[in-house]
Design a protein around this ligand. Structure first.
Ligand SMILES: *Cc1c(COP(=O)(O)O)cnc(C)c1O
Length: 369
């Protein structure tokens, strides 16, 4: 561990300052409501739905992206094995288990870096899976037609972990959030729409109502648990932060996209490979694929020396991690390979021109090292 702070830490959250978001809490105090659809949560859900949900979907806020994913699976009443990628962040598997399901870890596709549809179909058949969880790796915004076809053919629900993809746009231009039965997003400090801790489920109105019930202990109007639930609700202070962030977020997104384009050009000049067909993501960070593990480790070490806190991702792959080793029934060679070769370079919402130029130069040099 490095003793002094990094000039370029892995993330540099840019939530609105207190004088802007504390005002957003005044209606909660006026109404004396601090939970269960308080005024800030209601306002934030309206903002998220209007601005960033695709046609036909509404946003239900949650305490985190992990809670959002668990709530979506519980609302769909998925029980039993669930096919999901091994190449993802640990929270995908935690959420599947929180929902009372068992992860069945599948391989990635070498070009998309995401769940291989053929492997998922085979796993569903072998294990009789109750659902499929797809992950938008690194928040990349690809078309998910192939995995949607697999879920439809198998007759199982599909939930998309789009934790890092909030407000992203697909290659055809539409907003993400409309795939499968639900997409879930995260508002964690490391994500683009940053309120510290928080998340949301984007679903059609009927499923959204069930998610809302699940997130409130599974209660119906008579406070009787009609669904297996949990407490997954967002707090009023968090929602107030989100309300203050919403009107500034498009500007932050534009800045992130501009920075990612410059960093991507630098990474390519240094010999790295970028994700093909990424759509227009919010760029939590910029993932770069290197030739092999040796090149990745050399790049990480060189970035560290340049004061850049880049991170290897998603590593170890879940099927190689102590907690989830038993969750794959065979080798997952594409996943094992990818997990050794990807570096994520920091992207901020508020780079100065000088900072971005310095970081681009450091990235190009470090990757070429
Ligand atoms: C960040 C992330 C999560 C977890 O979201 P939290 O809000 O931190 O719970 C889940 N899955 C993926 C792919 C993520 O990147």
């Amino acid at each position: 561990m490095r003793a002094e702070p990094y000039p370029f830490p892995f993330c540099r959250p840019a939530p609105p300052p207190p004088d802007e978001w504390l005002r957003e809490l005044e209606p909660s105090f006026a109404a004396g409501r601090f939970s269960n659809q308080g005024p800030a949560v209601v306002r934030l859900e309206e903002e998220l739905t209007t601005r960033w949900a695709p046609e036909g979907r509404v946003a239900v806020t949650t305490a985190s992206g992990t809670a959002a994913l668990a709530a979506a699976l519980l609302a769909l009443e998925a029980r039993g094995p669930v096919a999901m990628p091994s190449f993802t962040f640990a929270a995908t598997a935690s959420a599947v288990e929180l929902a009372g399901c068992t992860p069945v870890l599948c391989d990635a596709d070498a070009t998309t870096w995401e769940l291989d549809p053929g492997d998922a179909a085979a796993a569903v058949e072998r294990h009789g899976c109750a659902a499929i969880v797809h992950v938008r790796a690194f928040g990349l915004c690809r078309s998910l037609d192939a995995i949607e076809d697999v879920a439809a053919a198998a007759g199982v629900p599909l939930v998309v972990d789009s934790a890092a993809a909030f407000a992203g746009r697909l290659p055809e231009g539409g907003l993400i959030g409309g795939a499968g039965d639900a997409e879930v997003v995260s508002f964690h400090a490391t994500k683009a729409f940053c309120v510290g801790e928080g998340g949301a489920v984007l679903a059609g109105p009927d499923l959204a109502a069930r998610v809302r019930a699940v997130a409130n202990f599974g209660f119906d109007r008579e406070r009787s648990p009609v669904l297996r639930g949990l407490n997954a609700k967002m707090s009023e202070p968090t929602a107030a932060l989100g309300c203050a962030l919403a009107p500034r977020f498009d500007a932050q997104l534009a800045a992130r996209r501009e920075a990612a384009a410059a960093l991507g050009a630098a990474a390519r000049a240094g010999g790295g490979t970028l994700a093909p067909h990424p759509g227009d993501p919010p760029w939590q960070g910029l993932p770069v694929l290197l030739e092999d593990r040796r090149r990745r480790d050399a790049a990480l070490a060189a970035l560290e020396r340049a004061g850049v806190e880049a991170r290897p991702y998603y590593t170890p792959a879940l099927h190689e991690a102590p907690a989830y080793r038993g969750c794959a029934d065979r080798e997952l060679p594409v996943t094992s390979d990818l997990a050794q070769r990807i570096v994520v370079v920091p992207v901020y919402s508020d780079f100065t021109e000088d900072e971005l130029a310095t970081l681009c130069a450091a990235v190009e040099q470090a990757l070429a090292a």
